[in-house]
Design a protein around this ligand. Sequence first.
Ligand SMILES: [Fe+2]
Length: 331
Amino acid sequence: MTEYSTESSFLPDVHPKVIESEAQSAQEIRRAAWFEARGAREQNKTRAGIVKRRSKLRARTFDFLFGAAAKTVKTLGLHDHLAARAADLVLTELDFHFHDLPPAFDGYRILHISDPHFDSLRQLEQAMLAVLGGRPVDLAVVTGDIADRFNGPWKTFLPPMRRLISGIAPADGFYAVLGNHDSWRMVAPLEALGVTMLINETAIIDKAGSCISLTGVDDPSNFYSPEADRALWTAPAGFKIALVHSAELADTASEAGHALYLAGHSHGGQISLPGGLPIMTGMQRLRKFSRGAWRHGGMDGYTSTGAGVSGMPYRLFAKGEIALLTLRRKP
Ligand SMILES: [Fe+2]
C-alpha cells in the first residue's frame, strides 16, 4: 500500500476519510506551486545547484565540445561500435545490511535504475531487461534523467518506460524522481503509466503493518530548492530511504536519519580516465560520492553509473549499469 505523508496526515482524532481528502488537497496545492516554479525555471533556463547557479556559458561550451567530439567519432567511422558498447550494460548486485531494518523487509530487492536518457540510446530498456534476466524484484526505482532533452521529442521516453515497467513488474511498484534533464511536464504521463513520482514527497511501503518509507526529491544539481531538504527532514520516523538524482544531498539525508540513499547523475563520469576516475561529475559538492557504494555518517549510499548516456552516446572506463540491491537485517 502506498500513501503520501504530509503534515495533515499526522492530525489526531480525525476520521481517516477526512485525513485522506485533506492530505490529497494539500499535495495538490503543493504540487501546483512546484509545477509553476519548476516550469518557470525550465522556461528561463535558470539552473542552480545547492552551491551556486549553473553558468549558461559553461553549458554552451560543453555542448560545443560534446558536439565536436561526436562529429570526430563519426568521421572516424567509430560511431556504431562505440554506441553499441555504451548500451552494453552490467547488472550490479549488492547487499546492504541494517540493524533497524524491519524483519518483514529482510531480503527485500530494490532494482535501482538511473539516468536512462531514453531518447539518447535506442532499445536501452531491452538491454536492461536482458541483463536483469528475469530476476524477481520487489521494488523498482529510477533516480532521474528518464529523458535527455527538454525541448526535443521528449515523449519518446514513454514507450520504453512502458516496456520496462511491464518487463520488470515489481511487486510493490515503480517509483521515480526527476533529474536535471527531466521536465515537470513528464510527471503526469509517467504517473499515467503507473509510476509513482515523488516530488519532494514520501511514500510508505507497507508489508502487513511493517513499513519503510521512500522520500524522493526534485533534482538538486540544477533545480535545487529548500523543499528538497524539507522533504528529507519531514519523512516519518522508521527505516527511511532517500531517492535523489545526485548524491549532493547526502549529508542532509544522513543527518535526517535516512538509512539508504540512492542516486545517479554523474554517469560515473561517462568519459573517464583509466581506473574509472571521472573527468566530470556534474556535481558541485560531495564529489567523493560520485560513483558506487559509499557511507556517510550512519547512512549507506549507492551512486549508479547510470544506464544511458548524455551529451554524446559513448562511454569510456565508465560502464553503464542497473543495480539490484538487497536489504538485509543485521542480527
Ligand atoms: Fe544523467
